[in-house]
Design a protein around this ligand. Structure first.
Ligand code: BF8
Ligand code: SF4
Length: 650
């Protein structure tokens, strides 16, 4: 395959120097990357981009002509509204299923740990275990942690089923919102149930009312945010520790030329956590030294990386679009993958180097990878086997091909809800007071992926910078967090980049203006925090000066996240156009009508400068409605010179 990148356009593909340098190598060595494959796909299918194609049955595939000249209905009679809504519903079901199946895997390991059947796992956070048990009315007095954990696991297994009226975590949601969901008929009942029902409804000839389909899509997403993802986050905290603020480093400079380098990529912390234990095994360290390495260096990629960064301070090599480029350093002995967001392309790139791709979950196999089936009952043993493979691959490294670009950047992480409350002195009061006075105008979650359609990290970094400059606290997860880390916006010194109010608060607390709250399942931390603030003030979530943004989203999981954030009452701006523009009615509902239904809506704005303006207007309008000091929302504009002012240095 020819590569389309030329040296002079790398800055249009990514704002990061480490990535640009690896793209030079890709060009020199003629190794195709995600950007080349995107170019090869262009022009992408216009029907699909608008959500107007359907292949839900064998009378199709069908498409609806957006210009009104060709067919306006599929073979079954489905029109644009039905087709677009069904496609969106299925996308949300896929995303919610990915998060929730991850949650189930964690839950199964937690259950087995409670029964003493696993190796390498234990209950670490007893306080969180007790909180979760109390939330469900599970007795804790005079019982061992394992007994309590066992009952908790049983109760959570039920969350996946079909026999409940409502998920247990909904107890965290403000009463008004729960009543609203009940009234709308979108209270999530069972995690698997809502996903299965979404697939059922979108089968030919079931739900043909686009509003009804989309309401169930919201319910499906809520079963992710307040269900599967929340179980994943909370049980990972119980088993691996609830994150606390710590300093680590980020970008490809975290790879070490004189060490065995092993990258942990994917989403589930179950395997990677035992690998961290295995990498400290004196025998394996000795073996690495015997092979001529100075030691074993673990780095993270994507959300497995975020899980390890948050809890263990393991350095982060990069976000989504860095996975191929990390291999191109020639310094990676092994890339250990679990699941989600791992491009099948990595095994092809690995063939050009000595890197071994090691797949670990039987549900996620990669042709060209070595497969080591992960089994939590033999966690440590398997962890050691994988690390040993990495160490042995060091002998195959060609030192002349090692090219580690740039030095790493420091980055602070570890802001769980508990850690944020601890920083505030144990209560949300100081944050709420700062928001009331206007020292901090509001808070925004900037989350989600990289997408090669947007210069890598540009959307995340510019949007975040513009918000903190205007005294808006930013919390980040997933690939957005890594982007901001690389840009130097996640160290306490970055308070200097914030407006005067936020800067003063950050300096007083010793925190950055951009707080890393974790991986993508940890968006459940963001909604937990939003709910806690609303409960503290006795209001509903949609009344708070909050917003969400996914400037560079690509994945089905991100669509589910966006949907549950909006359904929870938080206005959300997307930087990449979702495939819904084939139906004016669906767009009208999501970008307007939903406001009157759930108190929040979506906006699409690819330019992060303009997205910042939309968000600031929204925040000021919420402040106004609460009777707080505010700037007239309509007067919030970007200074002309700020628009397209160029990319910040990384
Ligand atoms: O779950 S942000 S590219 S790595 S989907 Fe994937 Fe998107 Fe990154 Fe994490 Ni989330
Ligand atoms: Fe075509 Fe209807 Fe079948 Fe979709 S469900 S492929 S629109 S006939």
């Amino acid at each position: 395959m020819t590569t389309f990148n030329s040296k002079n356009n790398h800055a249009r593909l990514t704002i990061n120097r480490d990535a640009q340098e690896m793209l030079d190598r890709a060009r020199e060595d003629n190794i195709p990357t995600v950007w080349d494959r995107l170019a090869a796909q262009e022009p992408q299918c216009g029907y699909c981009a608008m959500g107007l194609s359907c292949r839900n049955c064998a009378m199709g595939p069908c498409r609806v002509d957006p210009f009104g000249e060709g067919p306006q209905k599929g073979v079954c009679g489905a029109d644009a509204d039905i087709i677009v809504a069904r496609n969106l519903g299925r996308t949300i079901a896929a995303g919610a299923s990915a998060h929730s199946d991850h949650g189930r895997d964690i839950l199964e390991t937690f259950h087995a740990t409670a029964e003493g059947k696993t190796s390498g796992y234990r209950i670490v956070d007893h306080e969180k275990l007790k909180t979760l048990a109390r939330e469900r009315g599970i007795a804790i007095d005079d019982r061992t942690p394992n007994d309590v954990a066992h009952d908790l696991a049983e109760a959570m297994f039920e969350e996946f089923g079909t026999r409940k009226e409502s998920l247990d975590f909904l107890a965290r949601v403000p009463k008004k919102r729960r009543e609203l969901w009940q009234k709308l008929g979108i209270t999530p009942r069972g995690i698997d149930r809502e996903n299965v029902e979404m697939l059922h409804r979108t089968h030919m000839g079931v739900d043909n009312d686009y509003v009804n389909i989309l309401l169930h899509a919201l319910r499906t997403s809520l079963s992710d945010g307040w269900g599967g993802s929340m179980i994943a986050t909370e049980l990972s905290d119980v088993m691996f520790g609830t994150p606390k603020p710590l300093l680590s480093r980020v970008n490809l400079g975290t790879l070490k030329a004189d060490h065995v380098n092993i990258a942990l990529h994917g989403h589930n912390p179950m395997l990677s956590d035992v690998i961290v234990q295995a990498a400290n095994d004196p025998e394996l360290v000795k073996l690495a030294k015997a092979k001529g390495a100075a030691g074993i260096n673990l780095v993270g990629l994507c959300c497995t990386g975020n899980e390890l960064l948050m809890r263990r301070g393991i350095p982060m090599a990069g976000n989504h679009l860095m996975q191929e480029l990390a291999i191109m350093t020639g310094a990676l002995e092994a890339m250990v993958v679990d699941y989600q967001c791992i491009m099948p392309a990595v095994t092809e790139v690995a063939k050009c180097f000595h890197t071994q791709v090691i797949s670990t979950f039987d549900k996620a196999k990669f042709p060209g990878a070595i497969h080591v089936t992960f089994d939590p009952n033999r966690g440590i043993e398997i962890g050691k086997e994988i690390v040993r493979r990495g160490v042995e691959a060091f002998a195959n490294r060609n030192p002349e091909r090692v090219r580690i670009p740039v030095g790493s950047m420091p980055m602070m992480a570890g802001f769980s809800v508990e850690a944020i409350l601890a920083v505030l002195g144990g209560t949300p009061a100081p944050l709420v007071d700062a928001i009331k006075q206007g020292t901090i105008r509001g808070a925004v979650g900037v989350v989600g992926c990289n997408n090669p359609k947007i210069p890598q990290d540009y959307g995340h970094v510019v949007l975040t910078r513009r918000l903190i400059e205007k005294d808006i606290l930013v919390v980040v997860t997933g690939c957005a967090a890594v982007a901001n880390g690389k840009a130097g916006q996640m160290v306490p010194e970055a308070a200097e980049q914030a407006g005067p109010g936020l800067k003063a608060v950050c300096k007083a607390l010793g925190i950055p203006p951009v707080l890393h709250m974790g991986s993508c399942v940890d968006n459940s931390r963001i909604i937990t925090l939003a709910a806690a603030l609303a409960n503290y003030l006795g209001v509903d979530i949609d009344q708070l000066p909050l917003a969400g943004a996914a400037p560079e989203w690509y994945s089905e999981k991100a669509v589910s996240i966006g949907a549950y954030v909006v359904a929870s009452g938080i206005y959300t701006v997307l930087g990449v156009q979702p495939p819904i523009f084939g139906s004016r009615n669906v767009v009208k509902l999501l970008a307007d009508g939903l406001e009157g239904v759930v108190g929040a809506k979506f906006a699409v704005e690819p330019d992060p400068e303009k997205a910042a303006v939309l968000i600031r207007r929204h925040i000021e309008s919420k402040r106004k409605a609460l009777g707080l000091p505010h700037i007239a929302p309509e007067s919030v504009r970007a200074p002309e010179e700020a628009l397209h002012a160029g990319w910040p240095a990384s």
